[in-house]
Every structure is written in structure tokens, then in C-alpha cells.
Design a protein around this ligand. Structure first.
Ligand code: IMP
Length: 443
């Protein structure tokens, strides 16, 4: 069996989609296990740009099973639109499977997300307003509507009624919104249900069967470790668990089914939305990272906050995920910056210093990063395909990160294109379940 989990090691947007897409060439199945259409990734293929929010990254590869697991929250109209878009562009979505147990984002979830943020005013989280938090809240309250409910009109209507009833007070300002009419909502969701029915399945069994056949299954995380509702910078987090452990729950496999965990981290850091960010840059270098790295959200278009790589946070992420390998993306964005700073500890008030990620929010919110400086490089690294092609300074930078974390670097991104990736020996040795693509073979 070979299960490989790909997870975000920072605050999301690390480039998981591209890595998953590359690994998908050899995988039989790609499974998303949490989050919803708050995520977004862009894949450039043959000069064409594809943007997905829900469909797993592997969908562009013919013959792959692409699973939306039970842990994902699905907005059925967004999913239907993505399926239609794929068809329109000549891509067969026939490999898509959606867990019958996945929860549905309903119109009232989006309104509640919006209203919640407005109510918080200056304290708002900066959510994507896609209804993610309220949908997971209903799941936990056992008031959620699931994919399988779309297949029975009577059940669907009853459940929508039961879910909306306790929210009547909060939804009062939207009382006239036609999307909240019980009849209309039931009809609309039934229509979407008809379209999605061919894809609804018991995905836990399909995943188990693939693992049992010894095929490579890639579990594709969304968001990142520091946005994890349990381990992230609460309350400035998403409402699911982006850590690797959640792949088991959100896909319905056991811990022993996951053989490898690769954490994806940018060579610097970005964050969207509010919350602490000790290595944040509010200067020309930060602005340069944003421009050169194209750091604007795929989902909301918001400008991302930028900062130096933070090894205190990354070591925390390595531990929480049990990372066996690390993929560093966008190394090319650092080209021409001198010197480079790397956060190795946090400083608090009155001379306090923290080597470990502080568990107390009051400390974290006031912490500033303490750095070591490293020389930068000016050479264009976008054509590097092996570590030896990189200038010494870039190799030293990667070696410092890897030594600090105690995790081998398995891949390095040097540009936006599919082929602009260094596969290290550690990646080529990976699991042995499926031969990885040699640099020259990448299409
Ligand atoms: P929510 O997931 O929409 O509830 O948003 C909660 C927090 O997670 C906000 O700070 C969002 O900006 C952030 N967030 C959610 N999804 C992503 C993502 O895919 N990338 C980066 N940040 C995200």
C-alpha cells in the first residue's frame, strides 16, 4: 500500500495543487479530505490556466479517480460549475467521485458567514465568506445536510427546515432573500442533486480498494497547518483540520494507510486574513515578494501578507504532521534579495525568547521573529532541475532549513511552470510504490 499525504506547512497557498498535480501522473487516486471552496489552486497546463476550488488537482489526468472525501464541505453549485467548465474545455470529469457523507454548504451558511464577520467588526477573522465555518458548525451540531440527502426530496426538505429553524433569529435580516425560501432551496438543491448523482459514491471503499491494490493514493490537503482549528492560530483559523492526521478521518482510512507525509512550504511565508504573523514584512522586500510571487488569492483576489521564512512555525508544523519530507516552493522569488533573513526564534516582551512555537495566544500575538542572516544569490535559478544546478547560496539556504527542521527536502520549486521543479534523490526514492517522474520526463 502507498498513501502519501500532501499538506500545507504554513498558512495555506504553499503550492500544494501543483505538487499534487505532478504526483498525480503516477497516482491512481487523489483524495481531498477537508476544507471546501475556500481553497483554490491554479494549474497551468499546455499554456492553459485552470482554476479549481473543489475538484482535486488530479482531474486533468485522464483515468485518475479524483475523490472529494467525507471531510470536505461541498457547495454543490460551485462543484457543478467546475464540472461543466471541465466538460466545456474538453476534459472528461468521469473519474470524479464524491462521498455520500460529505456535508453541503447551504445558502444560509454563506449568509451566516458574512453576518458573523460583520458582527465581529474590527475583530473579524477575514474568512473567505464561502460559508465554511457555519457548515462545519452544523455538521458538529448534527444539523448538517449531506450529499446523500440530495437524493430524497422529502428528507432534504425536512432537514433544511430543521437546520434553518434554530437560525431564524440570526437570519431575520435576510428574511426576504429568495434563496432562503424552503421550497426554492429544496428545488434548487434537488436539481443540483440530479446533476451530481452519477458521482456520489462510498468513497471510503474505493480508497481502500486502491490502497489494497498497492496503488499510489495521494491525499491532498487544503489550507495549511497554522490555519488548523485545533493547532493553528485560533480563532484566526479555518474550521477544519488541514494537518495530516485529518486525512484519515476525512477520507476514511486508517493511520497505517499513510506511508509518507510531505509538507509544502514556500521559501518565504504568506498569510491571507487576520491573525498573528511574527515574521511579517511591511516594507519594500515584502512588497517585492508579493509582486514577484504573484501573491494574490485565487479564491478572493485579496493581496496576501508576506514575510520571511519562519522556522519556529515550520518545525512546529513538521512535528504536528509527522513530516517525512518537505517541498520548498517558489525559491526563485527570493532571487536578488540580499541578505536573506530566516526566523529561528521568537522574542517576547522583557527579553523573553522562545525556541518553540508558543501555545499561549497572548505571547504569540506579541512575538516578533529573531533572525539569522544568510547570503542571497543573483543567478536566475528557473532552469535548475537538480540541486547541483543551484548557486551555493541557494543550496546553503535549503540545507539550513532542512537541518533546522530535521526533515529532508524532497522537491524544490523554481518557477511557475510544471517542469520548473527539482526532484531530489529522496523524492525519486519515494516509497517505491510508483516510479516518480525523472526531471527530463516531465511533459
Ligand atoms: P474560512 O476558511 O473561509 O472560514 O476562513 C478562515 C481563515 O482561513 C481566513 O483567514 C482565510 O483567509 C483563511 N483561508 C481559508 N482558506 C484558505 C486558503 O485556501 N488559503 C489561504 N488562506 C485560507
Amino acid at each position: 500500500m502507498a498513501g502519501l499525504a500532501i499538506v500545507g506547512a504554513q498558512w495555506g497557498d504553499e503550492g500544494k495543487g501543483k505538487v499534487t498535480d505532478l504526483l498525480a501522473q503516477r497516482a491512481a487516486m487523489i483524495v481531498r479530505f477537508q476544507g471546501g471552496n475556500n481553497a483554490g489552486h491554479t494549474i497551468v497546463r499546455g499554456g492553459e490556466t485552470f482554476k479549481f476550488h473543489l475538484v482535486p488537482s488530479g482531474i486533468l489526468h485522464p483515468g485518475k479517480k479524483c475523490v472529494i472525501g467525507n471531510g470536505v464541505v461541498v457547495n454543490p453549485s460551485v462543484l457543478t460549475a467546475e464540472i461543466e467548465e471541465l466538460r466545456r474545455r474538453g476534459i472528461d470529469p468521469g473519474g470524479l467521485r464524491i462521498s455520500a457523507n460529505a456535508h453541503l454548504i447551504m445558502p444560509y451558511h454563506m449568509l451566516l458567514d458574512h453576518a458573523g464577520e460583520v458582527r465581529l467588526g474590527k475583530l473579524q477573522i477575514g474568512t473567505t465568506r464561502r460559508g465554511i465555518g457555519p457548515c462545519y458548525a452544523d455538521k458538529a451540531a448534527r444539523l448538517g445536510i449531506r450529499m446523500q440527502d440530495l437524493l430524497d426530496e422529502k428528507i432534504l426538505r425536512q432537514k433544511i427546515y430543521a437546520a434553518m429553524e434554530p437560525k431564524r433569529q440570526t437570519l431575520r435580516p435576510f428574511a426576504k432573500d429568495p434563496a432562503l425560501d424552503l421550497h426554492t432551496m429544496t428545488e434548487d438543491y434537488r436539481t443540483l442533486g440530479h446533476r451530481l448523482e452519477p458521482y456520489i459514491a462510498d468513497t471510503t471503499r474505493l480508497t481502500w480498494e486502491a490502497l489494497d491494490r498497492d496503488e499510489l493514493v495521494v491525499f491532498e490537503g487544503a489550507q495549511g497547518t497554522l490555519l488548523d482549528i485545533d493547532h493553528g492560530t485560533y480563532p484566526f483559523v479555518t474550521s477544519s483540520n488541514p494537518v495530516a492526521g485529518a486525512a484519515c478521518v476525512g477520507a476514511g482510512v486508517g493511520p497505517r494507510d499513510i506511508d509518507d507525509v510531505w509538507g509544502i512550504a514556500k521559501a518565504y511565508v504568506t498569510r491571507v486574513g487576520a491573525g498573528p504573523f511574527p515574521s511579517e514584512l511591511d516594507d519594500d522586500i515584502g512588497a517585492r515578494m508579493r509582486t514577484v510571487g504573484g501573491e494574490f488569492g485565487t479564491t478572493t483576489g485579496r493581496a496576501r501578507r508576506t514575510g520571511w521564512i519562519d522556522l519556529v512555525a515550520l518545525r512546529y508544523a513538521a512535528r504536528l504532521n509527522g513530516m517525512s519530507g518537505m517541498v520548498v516552493t517558489k525559491l526563485d522569488v527570493l532571487t536578488g534579495i540580499h541578505p536573506l533573513s530566516v526566523a529561528v526564534r521568537y522574542l517576547g516582551p522583557e527579553g523573553a525568547s522562545f525556541d518553540e512555537y508558543p501555545y499561549h495566544q497572548s505571547i504569540l500575538h506579541k512575538a516578533s521573529a529573531d533572525y539569522v542572516e544568510m547570503p542571497g544569490w543573483d543567478e536566475d535559478i528557473s532552469a535548475a532541475r537538480r540541486l547541483d544546478d543551484l548557486p551555493d547560496a541557494a543550496r546553503d539556504y535549503l540545507a539550513f532549513v532542512s537541518d533546522f527542521l530535521g526533515v529532508p527536502i524532497v522537491m524544490v520549486g523554481v518557477g511557475p511552470g510544471r517542469e520548473q521543479m527539482i526532484w531530489t534523490e529522496a523524492a525519486e526514492r519515494y516509497a517505491g510504490a510508483a516510479p516518480l517522474v525523472a526531471p527530463g520526463e516531465l511533459p
